[in-house]
Write a protein that binds this ligand. Structure first.
Ligand code: ADP
Ligand code: MG
Length: 345
């Protein structure tokens, strides 16, 4: 029923625009999806000039490939792989871009008292979720000592990074997709695009709104793939969701998944999913992973003291919890009317 109402109101809107500006003024709507960075990339945008719109989609896809080629730990020739294999022997000169994303990651480590820590990979690489493989207790014991962002030595003067111990590895999986989304949004802005959505897996950011109505992002039920537990009407913000259902296996009734508590080297299990809403996707990506590790009380406490950040948490019993900002917005306005076809993350 709502679909029909939406279509009718959309049709009425188009007619009104045509009467006002003539048919040429109507923005065209473009949508594209691709599999890059081990995840689903999607771009949706409006522009009245088809050539600009197509260029917008092209630059997004190119940028995603560029970041993947430089920052993937699975690509042997990436700058990140080179750093991981050499930096415990000597300081390695890295690009200004990689240097500053690693520095940003360390800032999130400081903010979260180590819940976010890219050196988690020193133990994280011992898991293979597809093959249901995990480290033995002994392997874990040996590698968790290496997890500590203080073991990364950054020298801004020379632009080099050194690892202070043998065996340290880093992985930017908790922040690089958000960073990529932010770069894409900037590139689209430069093309003059004023209405767009870019997402990479669970990380999304929107420019403007969607034809006078908010973009809608759905938060999926962590235990039922096709169910949505919340619909977020959004404009000019970023949203990231981290969940224990993305990559996992179960053994003896225990779920081993890809979000690792740096203290134990084991999966964080207090929550099923965390959704963060904030101004940019680098921040929401890093914070969704962080809050997942921090758990319910410490996670909400962090979110509530950060300006412009909101969160929806699903705890391990499936109960939902909201940050103070969302709690008051929910009480004030129960008549939120999002657009049709939500993008479900
Ligand atoms: P995804 O969209 O891949 O599900 P998330 O934002 O939920 O990403 O982050 C999960 C990824 O973050 C993992 O795949 C891993 O690469 C990385 N990661 C896991 N634990 C941590 C941690 N404690 N600190 C920083 N990064 C982490
Ligand atoms: Mg994240």
């Amino acid at each position: 029923m709502r679909n029909i109402v939406d279509r009718l109101s959309l049709a009425a809107g188009i007619l009104a625009l045509q009467l006002l500006f003539g048919a040429d003024a109507i923005a065209e709507w473009y949508k594209h999806q691709a599999d890059i960075m081990g995840t689903r990339i999607s771009v949706e945008l409006f522009h009245h000039d088809a050539a600009v719109a197509r260029q917008g989609i092209e630059v997004v896809i190119e940028e995603m490939h560029r970041i993947d080629a430089g920052m993937s730990p699975y690509i042997a020739s990436s700058e990140l792989s080179h750093l991981n294999s050499e930096a415990s022997r000597r300081p390695i000169k890295v690009s200004a871009e990689l240097f500053s994303l690693i520095r940003r990651s360390i800032e999130f480590s400081e903010l979260t008292h180590g819940a976010f820590d890219i050196t988690f990979a020193s133990a994280g690489y011992l898991y293979d979720y597809r093959q249901a493989k995990r480290p033995t207790a002994r392997q874990l014991q040996e590698s968790i000592d290496l997890i500590n962002y203080h073991n990364l030595v950054l020298d801004p003067a020379s632009g080099t990074i050194r690892y202070s111990r043998e065996g340290i590895r880093i992985d930017l999986g908790g922040i690089a997709k958000g960073y990529a989304v932010d770069n894409c949004i900037e590139l689209l802005r430069k093309l003059g695009i004023r209405s767009a959505l870019v997402s990479a897996g669970g990380d999304s950011r929107v420019i403007g709104d969607r034809w006078g109505r908010p973009w809608t992002i759905g938060v999926r039920d962590p235990r039922k793939e096709n169910n949505v537990v919340a619909l977020l009407p959004l404009a000019d913000v970023a949203v990231s969701t981290s969940g224990d259902y993305e990559r996992y296996f179960e053994e003896g009734g225990i779920r081993y998944h890809h979000i690792i508590d740096p203290k134990s080297g084991d999966s964080a299990r207090e929550l099923q999913s965390v959704t963060i809403i904030g101004p940019d996707a680098t921040t929401t990506d890093a914070l969704s992973t962080s809050v997942f590790v921090l758990g319910l009380a410490r996670g909400l406490h962090l979110v509530n003291r950060l300006p412009n950040i909101d969160a929806i948490l699903v705890d391990r019993f499936g109960t939902m919890h909201y940050s103070d900002g969302l709690e008051s917005a929910r009480n004030m306005d129960s008549s939120v009317n999002p657009s049709a076809e939500p993008v479900v993350r």
